[in-house]
Design a protein around this ligand. Structure first.
Ligand code: MN
Length: 286
């Protein structure tokens, strides 16, 4: 199932070039009271919601997908866990280009570990990326985004995919420079998630998906998740050996070679097999 968010508070099921509004099914979610749970309530209750969404596909109000402003399919992510350099050719290009590495040591994940982005950086494709520090280099990074569905603490790689709710496209936008990654990559709008979640049952094998990104129609990045240095099960095992992953947490799995600068006015189009494609505008910060 493909589940999207639109118009701030609407949830829909994508059916071809239409979206069925299934928002009313969210009435089963528990009423939120202080203190709030550390998870995304829609994702935490996805197993209950999917059958209710399915019941509404025949009767719910239909909208043309093209007419909708799509938001991040995850409204309340608790963490954005990121793999720093997870494709061999990107490792090589990052080490070779001083404008990418800025004398930061580019080490492999087993040595450098994972990093976190602020969840306040998350937007959906319709919101676009707003460039801060435009005098410096700002890059696109297309990545497969894994959405955690079940609380996962010290999970073995053999079991890891059982904890996944689904997948979406992620753009890990990056200001280049000498500062820590978590600062440079946590700028508002620098994590684009979309265009929707594809539930894990539709992607039984996430380790062989083509992903690509164009800027103004010119191909910049094209690779396959089969080239990940640390695969998705191993990333979940590694992350959950340090901290508990919660429903709605997002794992950005790393970007392949071909990262490059974007400037206000550019249009990025990202696509991943089995998920779809999304178009994202680059704007000046207002
Ligand atoms: Mn990245």
């Amino acid at each position: 199932m493909r589940i999207c968010r639109f118009e701030n508070d609407r949830v829909g099921v994508v059916d071809g070039d239409e979206v069925v509004d299934v928002t009313a099914a969210l009435d089963i979610l528990p009423t939120c009271r202080y203190p709030l749970a550390k998870n995304d309530p829609l994702i935490a209750n996805l197993n209950l919601l999917v059958p209710l969404f399915r019941e509404r596909i025949g009767t719910g109000r239909r909208r043309a997908l093209a007419d909708l402003d799509l938001k991040s399919p995850i409204a309340n992510a608790g963490k954005v866990v990121c793999a720093p350099v997870n494709y061999r050719k990107h490792l090589d290009e990052a080490r070779a280009d001083a404008d990418i590495h800025f004398n930061n040591k580019i080490l492999e994940i087993q040595q450098v570990g994972l990093f976190l982005k602020a969840t306040s950086s998350i937007v959906g494709p319709s919101e676009g990326v707003s460039i801060r520090h435009p005098q410096r280099r700002n890059d696109h990074e297309v990545e497969l985004a894994v959405i955690i569905g079940t609380q996962a603490n010290r999970v073995a790689r053999e079991e890891a995919l059982n904890y996944v709710a689904g997948y979406c496209i992620g753009l890990d936008m990056t200001l280049r420079g000498p500062e820590d990654r978590s600062l440079r990559k946590s700028i508002d709008t620098y994590t684009v998630l979309g265009p929707w979640i594809v539930t894990a049952d539709e992607i039984p094998d996430p380790s062989s998906l083509n992903l690509s990104l164009t800027v103004n129609g010119a191909l910049r990045q094209a690779a396959n998740t089969g080239s990940l240095l640390v695969g998705i099960p191993e990333l979940i095992e590694f992350a959950s050996s340090f901290y508990t992953l919660m429903p709605g947490d997002v794992v950005l799995t790393g970007t392949p070679e071909g990262v490059g600068p974007i400037i206000p006015g550019d249009i990025m189009e990202a696509s991943i097999d089995g998920i779809g494609r999304m178009s994202v505008e680059v704007n000046a910060v207002h």
